[in-house]
Design a binder for this molecule. Sequence first.
Ligand code: NAD
Ligand code: WQD
Length: 342
Amino acid sequence: MSKKVLITGGAGYIGAHTVDALVRSGYTPIIVDDFRNSNPSVIQGLSKLIGFEPVFFKIDICDKKALKEVFTKHEINAVIHFAAFKAVGESVLEPLKYYQNNLIGLLNILECMEVFGVNEFVFSSSCTVYGEPDSIKEVNEKTPKQLPSSPYGYTKWMAEQIIADYAKAHSSFKVICLRYFNPIGAHPGGLIGELPIGKPNNLLPFITQTAIGKHSKLLVFGNDYPTIDGTCIRDYIHVMDLADAHIKAVEAFGNNSIGSCEYINVGTGKGTSVLQMIQAFEEVSGTKLPWEFAPRRPGDVIEIYANVDLAKSMLNWEVQFSYKDAIKDAWNWELSNQKKNR
Ligand code: NAD
Ligand code: WQD
């Protein structure tokens, strides 16, 4: 019988792509989401993509009773926990909303796993735990973590600690915290992708929305950073590759070399500047992007990219797509959304 994997936040951006990847790898996904940052059209798109309607529960994971019912109805083998709020700026304005959802949600999941004897856990962590790297911009998992600069960052930082403490106290429990760098792109088939609610804060959705005419221009925050062209550098990873890393993580639980609590970077290993992203977008889409320089965005990290040796050795995972592939798929997704909304 195929392994049942509970996906919290499975209607979200990364969650939906992971559901597709799980099905392609022979797993049975059980999705939990309350659409607070997504909508039912994602489940429709997913159903078309995977060829059937996935098991779906519209519940808030902070509602422990409702969550327990899911575990009662399905014999879950592993959990991938995506459900959380993720907007850095909003977390500064509404910290309690972030601590409540991101931490209570996690505590409820762990409690259900304990009660129902589920011992395999993949957690969505973030490169935000590294803060601004000192001199070496390529960070590996031994690079010391730094105190975060936002409540959102603290929720990931605290979550890693809660999970480590839980793992220490439960010898049969295994967890892999995947530290994502900057996920971008969409499914190449155009059926699922990122659906930012309101004005996007992230670079690529703002680029594609500007190119399609939703915004007059992109503001490039800062042109005087000590980088190759004065703009910030990030490690942009295709969401398809990121989804695949979750499958490799679930597979790795069967492997004796995996410790009880692992932290693994998921990026491409390469840094790309904001101006390089704009240039790549214009090249890939054949569309001129209106943009101009603006002051630095407070709190921005200057330059960071992943060392991905551990993902390769421990998960046997490597990226298959380039940032240009991801830009192409994000642009196709924007165009297909425009058609749908006409
Ligand atoms: P997303 O907002 O698209 O997906 C999260 C999903 O969880 C949404 O569908 C939302 O409705 C759901 N959700 C949130 N709280 C819930 C609750 N209490 N009950 C039920 N459903 C709930 O975000 P994403 O980009 O797919 O991110 C997924 C995870 O990855 C998050 O934990 C995020 O912090 C982490 N992460 C994201 C990024 C990124 O840039 N996208 C980078 C690093 C880490
Ligand atoms: C990338 C670059 C901006 C928008 C955020 C979170 C982080 C993580 C990933 C979850 C930066 C520049 C952007 C625009 C711009 N998420 N930019 N104009 O800053 O790496 O991180 O998402 O864990 O925690 O903080 O990504 O896409 O917001 O920005 O010039 O309109 O693009 O200044 O240099 P970031 P981003």
